[in-house]
Design a protein around this ligand. Structure first.
Ligand SMILES: Cc1cc2nc3c(=O)[nH]c(=O)nc-3n(C[C@H](O)[C@H](O)[C@H](O)COP(=O)(O)O)c2cc1C
Length: 221
């Protein structure tokens, strides 16, 4: 597939087919995505690919942590406040997403179940976790992680795979550390679900928007 087509086609996938993704395919995608640039070619990223029984255990424990109201302190803090323009985009995507699932505004139970699904990594068969050495200046290394992640997602999309970058996968780092062999000297930067997209699920198909160019760009010459 052409690069432009991949960029246009990739969407966050939130429903997967119950079909495993071969380890070789994930290894191939990661090897190719390693061509992403990084500061000074430092390639600060390290990976853990989770599948099989450990993935099942992680999904269950991560959802349990949400449902039981466990304390969370992600290694990379999520901002609590956003400027209005961004808050409104966030609300808009939430509204369209819940509409696609026919979940009403006040249906607290259905919304909570949905969040449970999210923390269950949308039942994806596999997950990529990106780890960063604790000695790194996080903000800076995260520029490189973002470049890797998008490259990874586009290459996955090119093979018909679906991905979802998930803050929900690293929201309870204590769960990942209990279930998975995360080395003590690594931060959990971010995780992404990987699997074969359900082509009929409305939650995969709803329209995503982007701000118009004129809202974002200042041309100077
Ligand atoms: C750093 C990051 C964290 C994200 N975390 C979540 C998440 O926890 N749950 C979720 O459903 N989507 C998550 N997303 C996906 C975004 O909601 C999605 O990228 C955005 O709505 C745009 O939609 P698109 O990816 O389909 O174009 C995350 C995306 C990024 C970049």
């Amino acid at each position: 597939m052409e690069t432009t087509a991949c960029v246009e086609k990739r969407r966050t996938i939130r429903k997967f087919l119950p079909k495993p993704v071969p380890k070789e395919t994930i290894a191939e995608i990661i090897s190719e995505a390693l061509w992403a640039p990084s500061w000074g070619n430092t390639q600060p990223w390290e990976f853990m690919v989770v599948s099989g029984p450990l993935m099942d255990k992680f999904k269950t424990e991560n959802r349990n942590a949400l449902m039981s109201g466990a304390n969370s302190k992600p290694d990379i803090q999520m901002p609590e406040k956003w400027p209005d323009a961004m808050k409104s985009r966030y609300k808009d995507v939430g509204r369209t997403l819940f509409n696609s699932l026919s979940i009403g505004r006040d249906d607290v139970e259905a919304r909570m179940n949905y969040y449970g699904e999210m923390f269950h990594i949308f039942d994806a068969p596999a997950m990529l976790l990106i780890l960063l050495d604790k000695s790194l200046l996080l903000e800076y290394a995260l520029l490189d992680v973002g470049l890797f992640l998008q490259t990874f997602m586009l290459l996955a999309c090119d093979r018909g795979l679906g991905t979802a970058t998930l803050a929900a996968s690293v929201h309870f780092p204590q769960v990942a550390r209990e279930v998975l062999p995360i080395p003590d000297d690594k931060h959990l930067a971010i995780g992404a679900a990987i699997g074969w997209p359900d082509p009929e699920a409305e939650v995969n198909l709803f329209e995503r928007k982007r701000a118009p160019l004129e809202e974002l760009i200042t041309w100077v010459s």
